[in-house]
Design a protein around this ligand. Structure first.
Ligand code: NDP
Length: 437
Protein backbone atom coordinates (compact mmCIF):
# COMPACT_ATOMS: atom_id res chain seq x y z
CA UNK A 1 0.00 0.00 0.00
CA UNK A 2 2.94 2.29 0.72
CA UNK A 3 4.14 1.85 -2.89
CA UNK A 4 4.81 5.38 -4.17
CA UNK A 5 3.25 7.22 -1.20
CA UNK A 6 3.90 10.59 -2.91
CA UNK A 7 0.98 9.79 -5.28
CA UNK A 8 2.47 11.63 -8.32
CA UNK A 9 -0.37 10.67 -10.69
CA UNK A 10 -2.97 12.07 -8.29
CA UNK A 11 -1.05 15.36 -7.97
CA UNK A 12 -0.67 15.51 -11.76
CA UNK A 13 -4.43 15.11 -12.25
CA UNK A 14 -5.30 17.71 -9.60
CA UNK A 15 -2.75 20.18 -11.00
CA UNK A 16 -4.17 19.90 -14.51
CA UNK A 17 -7.72 20.48 -13.32
CA UNK A 18 -7.02 23.33 -10.91
CA UNK A 19 -4.79 25.18 -13.36
CA UNK A 20 -7.47 25.14 -16.01
CA UNK A 21 -10.12 26.25 -13.48
CA UNK A 22 -8.11 29.38 -12.67
CA UNK A 23 -10.62 31.82 -14.23
CA UNK A 24 -13.55 30.28 -12.40
CA UNK A 25 -11.69 30.02 -9.10
CA UNK A 26 -10.53 33.65 -9.24
CA UNK A 27 -14.06 34.86 -9.93
CA UNK A 28 -15.41 33.00 -6.86
CA UNK A 29 -12.35 32.97 -4.64
CA UNK A 30 -13.88 34.35 -1.44
CA UNK A 31 -16.84 31.98 -1.47
CA UNK A 32 -14.76 28.89 -2.37
CA UNK A 33 -12.25 29.68 0.38
CA UNK A 34 -14.91 30.16 3.03
CA UNK A 35 -16.57 26.86 2.13
CA UNK A 36 -13.23 25.06 1.55
CA UNK A 37 -14.78 23.92 -1.70
CA UNK A 38 -11.52 22.99 -3.42
CA UNK A 39 -10.20 21.18 -0.34
CA UNK A 40 -13.41 19.16 -0.18
CA UNK A 41 -13.34 18.53 -3.93
CA UNK A 42 -9.78 17.15 -3.80
CA UNK A 43 -10.34 15.00 -0.67
CA UNK A 44 -12.15 11.71 -1.23
CA UNK A 45 -15.34 11.25 0.80
CA UNK A 46 -14.17 7.77 1.79
CA UNK A 47 -11.15 5.54 1.06
CA UNK A 48 -11.38 1.82 1.69
CA UNK A 49 -8.18 -0.27 1.84
CA UNK A 50 -8.39 -4.01 2.39
CA UNK A 51 -6.54 -7.31 2.32
CA UNK A 52 -7.40 -9.81 -0.42
CA UNK A 53 -6.17 -13.33 0.44
CA UNK A 54 -6.68 -16.14 -2.10
CA UNK A 55 -5.27 -19.57 -2.87
CA UNK A 56 -3.39 -20.22 -6.13
CA UNK A 57 -3.40 -23.46 -8.17
CA UNK A 58 -0.41 -24.81 -6.23
CA UNK A 59 -2.26 -24.47 -2.93
CA UNK A 60 -0.16 -21.46 -1.96
CA UNK A 61 -1.89 -18.52 -0.23
CA UNK A 62 -1.39 -15.19 -2.00
CA UNK A 63 -2.20 -11.74 -0.62
CA UNK A 64 -3.04 -8.62 -2.61
CA UNK A 65 -4.13 -5.09 -1.71
CA UNK A 66 -7.70 -4.03 -2.46
CA UNK A 67 -8.86 -0.42 -2.88
CA UNK A 68 -12.11 1.49 -3.35
CA UNK A 69 -11.98 5.28 -3.29
CA UNK A 70 -15.45 6.86 -3.05
CA UNK A 71 -14.49 10.31 -4.23
CA UNK A 72 -17.59 12.44 -4.62
CA UNK A 73 -21.33 11.69 -4.44
CA UNK A 74 -22.68 15.23 -4.97
CA UNK A 75 -24.55 14.37 -8.18
CA UNK A 76 -25.25 10.64 -7.79
CA UNK A 77 -24.04 7.30 -6.42
CA UNK A 78 -20.29 6.69 -6.76
CA UNK A 79 -19.52 5.23 -10.18
CA UNK A 80 -16.22 4.16 -11.68
CA UNK A 81 -14.27 1.07 -12.66
CA UNK A 82 -12.08 -1.49 -10.94
CA UNK A 83 -8.51 -1.90 -12.22
CA UNK A 84 -6.51 -5.11 -11.67
CA UNK A 85 -2.87 -4.45 -12.59
CA UNK A 86 0.43 -4.82 -10.67
CA UNK A 87 1.02 -1.03 -10.95
CA UNK A 88 -2.12 -0.23 -8.90
CA UNK A 89 -1.59 1.72 -5.69
CA UNK A 90 -3.62 4.27 -3.73
CA UNK A 91 -2.28 7.23 -5.74
CA UNK A 92 -3.33 5.66 -9.06
CA UNK A 93 -6.82 4.92 -7.73
CA UNK A 94 -7.15 8.46 -6.33
CA UNK A 95 -6.11 9.99 -9.67
CA UNK A 96 -8.63 7.86 -11.51
CA UNK A 97 -11.38 8.59 -8.97
CA UNK A 98 -10.73 12.34 -9.14
CA UNK A 99 -10.91 12.34 -12.96
CA UNK A 100 -14.07 10.27 -12.78
CA UNK A 101 -15.94 12.97 -10.82
CA UNK A 102 -15.65 15.47 -13.69
CA UNK A 103 -16.11 12.88 -16.42
CA UNK A 104 -19.33 11.62 -14.88
CA UNK A 105 -20.59 15.17 -14.50
CA UNK A 106 -19.91 15.79 -18.22
CA UNK A 107 -22.12 12.86 -19.25
CA UNK A 108 -25.09 14.88 -17.86
CA UNK A 109 -26.27 11.67 -16.12
CA UNK A 110 -26.76 11.42 -12.31
CA UNK A 111 -23.55 9.63 -11.29
CA UNK A 112 -20.90 10.57 -8.72
CA UNK A 113 -17.25 9.54 -8.96
CA UNK A 114 -15.26 6.63 -7.54
CA UNK A 115 -12.62 4.10 -8.54
CA UNK A 116 -11.13 0.92 -7.17
CA UNK A 117 -8.97 -2.07 -7.90
CA UNK A 118 -6.06 -4.19 -6.82
CA UNK A 119 -2.39 -4.85 -7.53
CA UNK A 120 -3.47 -8.38 -8.58
CA UNK A 121 -2.25 -9.33 -12.08
CA UNK A 122 -4.80 -11.48 -13.98
CA UNK A 123 -2.21 -12.16 -16.70
CA UNK A 124 -1.06 -15.77 -16.75
CA UNK A 125 -3.58 -16.83 -14.06
CA UNK A 126 -6.00 -19.70 -14.60
CA UNK A 127 -9.75 -19.01 -14.67
CA UNK A 128 -10.00 -20.69 -11.25
CA UNK A 129 -7.34 -18.40 -9.79
CA UNK A 130 -9.07 -15.32 -11.22
CA UNK A 131 -12.37 -16.55 -9.73
CA UNK A 132 -10.79 -17.19 -6.32
CA UNK A 133 -9.31 -13.70 -6.34
CA UNK A 134 -12.56 -12.02 -7.46
CA UNK A 135 -14.60 -13.87 -4.81
CA UNK A 136 -12.21 -12.81 -2.07
CA UNK A 137 -12.14 -9.21 -3.34
CA UNK A 138 -15.96 -9.04 -3.29
CA UNK A 139 -16.17 -10.67 0.14
CA UNK A 140 -14.88 -7.37 1.51
CA UNK A 141 -16.12 -4.92 -1.13
CA UNK A 142 -19.79 -5.99 -0.92
CA UNK A 143 -20.39 -4.10 2.33
CA UNK A 144 -19.41 -0.78 0.76
CA UNK A 145 -21.36 -0.91 -2.53
CA UNK A 146 -24.94 -1.22 -3.77
CA UNK A 147 -27.14 -0.22 -6.71
CA UNK A 148 -27.95 3.16 -5.08
CA UNK A 149 -24.64 3.61 -3.22
CA UNK A 150 -21.66 2.73 -5.36
CA UNK A 151 -21.68 0.89 -8.70
CA UNK A 152 -18.24 -0.34 -9.89
CA UNK A 153 -17.45 -1.41 -13.47
CA UNK A 154 -14.43 -2.76 -15.39
CA UNK A 155 -11.15 -1.07 -16.30
CA UNK A 156 -7.66 -2.38 -17.16
CA UNK A 157 -7.56 -6.09 -16.34
CA UNK A 158 -11.27 -6.25 -15.46
CA UNK A 159 -13.45 -7.40 -18.35
CA UNK A 160 -16.54 -9.59 -18.72
CA UNK A 161 -14.99 -12.63 -17.00
CA UNK A 162 -14.00 -10.71 -13.87
CA UNK A 163 -17.30 -8.78 -13.65
CA UNK A 164 -19.14 -12.13 -13.84
CA UNK A 165 -17.22 -13.64 -10.92
CA UNK A 166 -17.57 -10.44 -8.86
CA UNK A 167 -21.31 -10.24 -9.53
CA UNK A 168 -21.88 -13.89 -8.64
CA UNK A 169 -20.20 -13.44 -5.28
CA UNK A 170 -22.07 -10.20 -4.49
CA UNK A 171 -25.41 -11.89 -5.18
CA UNK A 172 -24.44 -14.90 -3.11
CA UNK A 173 -23.58 -12.78 -0.07
CA UNK A 174 -26.31 -10.13 -0.29
CA UNK A 175 -29.08 -12.24 -1.80
CA UNK A 176 -30.26 -9.34 -3.96
CA UNK A 177 -30.39 -9.24 -7.73
CA UNK A 178 -29.59 -5.62 -8.45
CA UNK A 179 -27.50 -3.53 -10.82
CA UNK A 180 -24.56 -3.25 -8.43
CA UNK A 181 -21.96 -3.65 -11.19
CA UNK A 182 -21.99 -2.58 -14.83
CA UNK A 183 -20.32 -4.27 -17.77
CA UNK A 184 -22.28 -7.42 -16.91
CA UNK A 185 -22.88 -10.22 -19.42
CA UNK A 186 -25.99 -9.95 -21.60
CA UNK A 187 -27.67 -12.95 -19.95
CA UNK A 188 -27.65 -11.38 -16.47
CA UNK A 189 -28.45 -7.68 -16.81
CA UNK A 190 -25.70 -6.32 -19.05
CA UNK A 191 -26.43 -3.67 -21.65
CA UNK A 192 -25.99 -4.11 -25.37
CA UNK A 193 -23.27 -1.76 -26.70
CA UNK A 194 -21.52 -1.42 -23.31
CA UNK A 195 -18.52 -3.41 -24.57
CA UNK A 196 -18.15 -1.11 -27.56
CA UNK A 197 -19.09 2.11 -25.77
CA UNK A 198 -15.78 3.69 -24.75
CA UNK A 199 -14.09 3.11 -28.12
CA UNK A 200 -17.18 4.09 -30.11
CA UNK A 201 -17.74 7.15 -27.92
CA UNK A 202 -14.14 8.25 -28.45
CA UNK A 203 -14.59 8.09 -32.20
CA UNK A 204 -17.99 9.84 -32.06
CA UNK A 205 -16.56 12.83 -30.20
CA UNK A 206 -13.46 12.94 -32.43
CA UNK A 207 -15.81 12.93 -35.42
CA UNK A 208 -17.68 15.93 -33.94
CA UNK A 209 -14.37 17.73 -33.48
CA UNK A 210 -13.27 16.99 -37.05
CA UNK A 211 -16.63 18.04 -38.50
CA UNK A 212 -16.58 21.26 -36.49
CA UNK A 213 -13.26 21.99 -38.22
CA UNK A 214 -14.62 21.19 -41.66
CA UNK A 215 -13.18 17.70 -42.08
CA UNK A 216 -13.95 14.06 -41.19
CA UNK A 217 -12.45 10.60 -40.61
CA UNK A 218 -12.84 9.77 -44.32
CA UNK A 219 -9.41 8.99 -45.77
CA UNK A 220 -7.53 9.87 -42.56
CA UNK A 221 -4.62 7.81 -41.25
CA UNK A 222 -5.08 7.03 -37.56
CA UNK A 223 -2.58 5.78 -34.94
CA UNK A 224 -4.06 3.92 -31.96
CA UNK A 225 -2.17 2.60 -28.93
CA UNK A 226 -3.40 -0.27 -26.78
CA UNK A 227 -5.10 -3.46 -27.90
CA UNK A 228 -7.69 -3.82 -25.15
CA UNK A 229 -11.35 -2.97 -24.80
CA UNK A 230 -11.07 0.74 -25.66
CA UNK A 231 -8.54 0.35 -28.49
CA UNK A 232 -10.33 -2.49 -30.30
CA UNK A 233 -13.68 -0.71 -30.60
CA UNK A 234 -12.08 2.66 -31.40
CA UNK A 235 -10.28 0.97 -34.31
CA UNK A 236 -13.48 -0.70 -35.48
CA UNK A 237 -15.57 2.49 -35.43
CA UNK A 238 -12.86 4.72 -36.99
CA UNK A 239 -12.50 2.23 -39.84
CA UNK A 240 -16.27 2.13 -40.36
CA UNK A 241 -16.15 5.93 -40.81
CA UNK A 242 -13.58 5.60 -43.59
CA UNK A 243 -10.28 5.99 -41.70
CA UNK A 244 -7.29 3.69 -42.00
CA UNK A 245 -5.96 2.68 -38.56
CA UNK A 246 -2.36 1.56 -38.95
CA UNK A 247 -1.15 0.82 -35.41
CA UNK A 248 -1.99 -0.84 -32.10
CA UNK A 249 0.15 -1.89 -29.13
CA UNK A 250 0.25 -3.90 -25.92
CA UNK A 251 2.56 -3.88 -22.92
CA UNK A 252 5.26 -5.83 -24.77
CA UNK A 253 5.28 -4.42 -28.30
CA UNK A 254 3.46 -2.71 -31.14
CA UNK A 255 2.16 -3.31 -34.64
CA UNK A 256 2.49 -1.21 -37.78
CA UNK A 257 0.06 -2.49 -40.38
CA UNK A 258 0.03 -0.20 -43.46
CA UNK A 259 -2.95 -2.10 -44.93
CA UNK A 260 -5.04 -1.19 -41.87
CA UNK A 261 -5.53 -3.23 -38.68
CA UNK A 262 -7.62 -6.38 -39.16
CA UNK A 263 -10.01 -5.91 -36.20
CA UNK A 264 -11.46 -9.43 -36.31
CA UNK A 265 -7.97 -10.92 -36.09
CA UNK A 266 -7.03 -8.50 -33.29
CA UNK A 267 -10.16 -9.50 -31.32
CA UNK A 268 -9.36 -13.17 -31.80
CA UNK A 269 -5.78 -12.69 -30.54
CA UNK A 270 -6.60 -10.39 -27.61
CA UNK A 271 -10.14 -11.25 -26.48
CA UNK A 272 -10.26 -14.98 -27.20
CA UNK A 273 -6.68 -16.26 -27.02
CA UNK A 274 -5.46 -13.56 -24.58
CA UNK A 275 -2.17 -13.72 -26.52
CA UNK A 276 0.54 -11.20 -27.41
CA UNK A 277 0.62 -9.10 -30.59
CA UNK A 278 3.34 -11.37 -32.01
CA UNK A 279 0.43 -13.73 -32.67
CA UNK A 280 -1.30 -11.01 -34.75
CA UNK A 281 1.87 -10.41 -36.78
CA UNK A 282 2.31 -14.15 -37.33
CA UNK A 283 -1.09 -14.36 -39.00
CA UNK A 284 -1.01 -11.13 -41.02
CA UNK A 285 1.60 -10.67 -43.75
CA UNK A 286 1.20 -6.88 -44.02
CA UNK A 287 1.94 -6.34 -40.31
CA UNK A 288 5.32 -5.38 -38.83
CA UNK A 289 5.86 -6.29 -35.17
CA UNK A 290 8.14 -4.10 -33.04
CA UNK A 291 9.28 -5.24 -29.61
CA UNK A 292 8.78 -2.55 -26.94
CA UNK A 293 12.13 -1.01 -26.02
CA UNK A 294 12.74 1.52 -23.25
CA UNK A 295 13.37 5.00 -24.63
CA UNK A 296 11.76 4.24 -27.99
CA UNK A 297 8.55 5.92 -28.97
CA UNK A 298 6.54 3.11 -30.49
CA UNK A 299 3.32 3.92 -32.29
CA UNK A 300 3.76 7.71 -32.02
CA UNK A 301 6.66 7.65 -34.51
CA UNK A 302 4.25 6.58 -37.26
CA UNK A 303 2.93 9.35 -39.53
CA UNK A 304 -0.76 9.93 -38.86
CA UNK A 305 -3.50 12.58 -39.04
CA UNK A 306 -5.29 11.52 -35.86
CA UNK A 307 -3.78 9.88 -32.76
CA UNK A 308 -5.94 8.02 -30.24
CA UNK A 309 -3.96 6.89 -27.16
CA UNK A 310 -5.98 4.02 -25.64
CA UNK A 311 -3.55 2.09 -23.40
CA UNK A 312 -2.65 3.67 -20.07
CA UNK A 313 -1.58 6.80 -18.16
CA UNK A 314 1.49 8.79 -19.24
CA UNK A 315 2.11 6.70 -22.36
CA UNK A 316 2.49 9.78 -24.61
CA UNK A 317 5.31 12.05 -23.41
CA UNK A 318 6.93 15.23 -24.71
CA UNK A 319 9.21 13.37 -27.15
CA UNK A 320 6.21 11.49 -28.53
CA UNK A 321 4.31 14.77 -28.91
CA UNK A 322 7.26 16.26 -30.82
CA UNK A 323 7.34 13.23 -33.15
CA UNK A 324 3.60 13.51 -33.77
CA UNK A 325 3.80 17.25 -34.52
CA UNK A 326 6.82 16.75 -36.81
CA UNK A 327 4.73 14.21 -38.72
CA UNK A 328 1.86 16.68 -39.11
CA UNK A 329 -0.72 15.25 -36.69
CA UNK A 330 -4.01 17.18 -36.78
CA UNK A 331 -5.90 15.90 -33.74
CA UNK A 332 -5.16 13.88 -30.58
CA UNK A 333 -8.09 12.55 -28.53
CA UNK A 334 -7.53 10.44 -25.42
CA UNK A 335 -9.21 7.05 -25.08
CA UNK A 336 -7.25 6.09 -21.97
CA UNK A 337 -7.23 8.06 -18.72
CA UNK A 338 -4.48 10.71 -18.68
CA UNK A 339 -2.31 8.99 -21.36
CA UNK A 340 -0.69 12.32 -22.29
CA UNK A 341 1.76 13.96 -19.86
CA UNK A 342 1.18 17.60 -18.91
CA UNK A 343 4.14 18.90 -20.97
CA UNK A 344 3.12 16.80 -23.98
CA UNK A 345 -0.42 18.20 -23.81
CA UNK A 346 0.93 21.73 -23.68
CA UNK A 347 3.28 21.08 -26.61
CA UNK A 348 0.45 19.70 -28.75
CA UNK A 349 -1.87 22.60 -27.92
CA UNK A 350 0.90 25.21 -28.46
CA UNK A 351 1.52 23.72 -31.89
CA UNK A 352 -2.10 24.01 -32.96
CA UNK A 353 -3.03 20.32 -32.59
CA UNK A 354 -6.70 19.80 -31.67
CA UNK A 355 -6.72 17.97 -28.33
CA UNK A 356 -9.54 16.45 -26.28
CA UNK A 357 -8.74 15.05 -22.82
CA UNK A 358 -9.94 11.66 -21.62
CA UNK A 359 -12.45 12.90 -19.11
CA UNK A 360 -14.48 14.15 -22.08
CA UNK A 361 -13.44 11.82 -24.88
CA UNK A 362 -13.62 8.50 -23.03
CA UNK A 363 -16.82 9.31 -21.10
CA UNK A 364 -18.90 7.10 -23.43
CA UNK A 365 -18.05 4.03 -21.34
CA UNK A 366 -19.35 5.33 -18.05
CA UNK A 367 -22.30 7.01 -19.78
CA UNK A 368 -23.36 3.64 -21.19
CA UNK A 369 -22.81 2.10 -17.76
CA UNK A 370 -25.31 4.63 -16.43
CA UNK A 371 -27.70 3.52 -19.20
CA UNK A 372 -27.14 -0.07 -17.99
CA UNK A 373 -28.15 1.09 -14.47
CA UNK A 374 -31.35 2.63 -15.89
CA UNK A 375 -32.21 -0.60 -17.71
CA UNK A 376 -31.57 -2.64 -14.54
CA UNK A 377 -33.81 -0.32 -12.50
CA UNK A 378 -36.71 -0.66 -14.92
CA UNK A 379 -35.92 -4.37 -15.51
CA UNK A 380 -35.88 -3.94 -19.27
CA UNK A 381 -33.23 -4.25 -21.99
CA UNK A 382 -32.92 -1.74 -24.77
CA UNK A 383 -31.84 -2.64 -28.31
CA UNK A 384 -28.26 -2.10 -29.51
CA UNK A 385 -29.44 0.76 -31.76
CA UNK A 386 -31.25 2.49 -28.91
CA UNK A 387 -28.20 2.40 -26.63
CA UNK A 388 -25.81 3.32 -29.45
CA UNK A 389 -28.01 6.29 -30.49
CA UNK A 390 -28.14 7.53 -26.91
CA UNK A 391 -24.35 7.17 -26.64
CA UNK A 392 -23.91 9.09 -29.89
CA UNK A 393 -26.14 11.92 -28.61
CA UNK A 394 -24.30 12.02 -25.28
CA UNK A 395 -20.92 12.37 -27.03
CA UNK A 396 -22.28 15.13 -29.29
CA UNK A 397 -23.58 16.95 -26.20
CA UNK A 398 -20.25 16.59 -24.40
CA UNK A 399 -18.47 18.11 -27.40
CA UNK A 400 -20.97 20.96 -27.43
CA UNK A 401 -20.70 21.65 -23.72
CA UNK A 402 -16.87 21.58 -23.60
CA UNK A 403 -16.47 23.79 -26.66
CA UNK A 404 -19.07 26.26 -25.37
CA UNK A 405 -17.51 26.39 -21.89
CA UNK A 406 -14.10 27.06 -23.44
CA UNK A 407 -15.55 29.86 -25.57
CA UNK A 408 -17.50 31.37 -22.67
CA UNK A 409 -14.35 31.64 -20.56
CA UNK A 410 -12.23 33.14 -23.34
CA UNK A 411 -10.36 29.94 -24.23
CA UNK A 412 -11.94 28.97 -27.54
CA UNK A 413 -10.53 25.71 -28.90
CA UNK A 414 -9.00 24.71 -25.53
CA UNK A 415 -11.07 21.59 -24.89
CA UNK A 416 -9.12 20.67 -21.74
CA UNK A 417 -10.14 23.89 -20.04
CA UNK A 418 -13.66 23.52 -21.45
CA UNK A 419 -14.00 19.97 -20.07
CA UNK A 420 -12.69 20.87 -16.64
CA UNK A 421 -14.90 23.94 -16.30
CA UNK A 422 -18.07 22.27 -17.61
CA UNK A 423 -17.53 19.20 -15.39
CA UNK A 424 -16.62 21.25 -12.33
CA UNK A 425 -19.47 23.79 -12.36
CA UNK A 426 -22.22 21.20 -11.98
CA UNK A 427 -20.44 19.35 -9.15
CA UNK A 428 -19.60 22.63 -7.37
CA UNK A 429 -23.20 23.80 -7.60
CA UNK A 430 -24.51 20.50 -6.19
CA UNK A 431 -21.95 20.54 -3.37
CA UNK A 432 -22.86 24.11 -2.41
CA UNK A 433 -26.58 23.31 -2.43
CA UNK A 434 -26.08 20.31 -0.12
CA UNK A 435 -24.24 22.27 2.59
CA UNK A 436 -21.03 21.40 4.40
CA UNK A 437 -20.87 17.62 4.04
P1 NDP B 1 -7.67 -3.37 -21.20
O1 NDP B 1 -7.09 -4.07 -20.05
O2 NDP B 1 -8.76 -3.98 -21.98
O3 NDP B 1 -6.52 -2.97 -22.24
C1 NDP B 1 -5.43 -2.19 -21.90
C2 NDP B 1 -4.46 -2.25 -23.07
O4 NDP B 1 -3.37 -1.36 -22.85
C3 NDP B 1 -3.87 -3.63 -23.26
O5 NDP B 1 -3.63 -3.85 -24.63
C4 NDP B 1 -2.56 -3.54 -22.49
O6 NDP B 1 -1.57 -4.43 -22.94
C5 NDP B 1 -2.16 -2.13 -22.81
N1 NDP B 1 -1.30 -1.59 -21.76
C6 NDP B 1 -1.53 -1.56 -20.43
N2 NDP B 1 -0.50 -1.02 -19.79
C7 NDP B 1 0.40 -0.71 -20.75
C8 NDP B 1 1.68 -0.11 -20.74
N3 NDP B 1 2.24 0.26 -19.57
N4 NDP B 1 2.31 0.09 -21.92
C9 NDP B 1 1.74 -0.29 -23.09
N5 NDP B 1 0.54 -0.88 -23.16
C10 NDP B 1 -0.13 -1.06 -22.01
O7 NDP B 1 -8.13 -1.93 -20.63
P2 NDP B 1 -9.12 -0.89 -21.27
O8 NDP B 1 -9.02 -0.91 -22.74
O9 NDP B 1 -10.43 -1.05 -20.62
O10 NDP B 1 -8.52 0.48 -20.69
C11 NDP B 1 -7.53 1.24 -21.40
C12 NDP B 1 -7.53 2.66 -20.86
O11 NDP B 1 -8.83 3.25 -21.05
C13 NDP B 1 -7.25 2.80 -19.36
O12 NDP B 1 -6.57 4.02 -19.13
C14 NDP B 1 -8.65 2.90 -18.77
O13 NDP B 1 -8.64 3.56 -17.52
C15 NDP B 1 -9.33 3.73 -19.83
N6 NDP B 1 -10.79 3.67 -19.83
C16 NDP B 1 -11.45 2.48 -20.01
C17 NDP B 1 -12.82 2.45 -20.06
C18 NDP B 1 -13.57 1.20 -20.35
O14 NDP B 1 -14.81 1.28 -20.50
N7 NDP B 1 -12.94 0.05 -20.47
C19 NDP B 1 -13.62 3.67 -19.84
C20 NDP B 1 -12.84 4.88 -19.74
C21 NDP B 1 -11.48 4.85 -19.72
P3 NDP B 1 -1.62 -6.04 -22.61
O15 NDP B 1 -2.59 -6.58 -23.63
O16 NDP B 1 -0.23 -6.49 -22.80
O17 NDP B 1 -2.12 -6.14 -21.20
Amino acid sequence: VAQNPAQPEFHQAVKEVLESLRVVIEANEEEYRKEALLERLTTPERQILFRVPWVDDKGQVQVNNGFRVQFNSAIGPYKGGLRFHPSVNLGIIKFLGFEQVFKNSLTSLPIGGGKGGSDFDPKGKSDREVMAFCQSFMTELYRHIGADTDVPAGDIGVGGREIGYLYGQYKRIRDVYEGVLTGKGLTYGGSLARTEATGYGLVYITDELLKDHGTSFEGKTVAVSGAGNVAIYAIQKAQSLGAKVVTCSDSTGWIYDPEGIDVELLKEVKEVKRARLTEYAAQRSSAEYHEKKNGEHGVWTVKCDVALPCATQNELDLEDAKALVANGVYAVCEGANMPTTLDATKYLQDNGVLFICGKASNAGGVATSALEMSQNSERLSWSFEEVDNKLHDIMKNIYKSISEAAKQYGKEGDYVTGANIAGFLKVAEAMKAQGIV
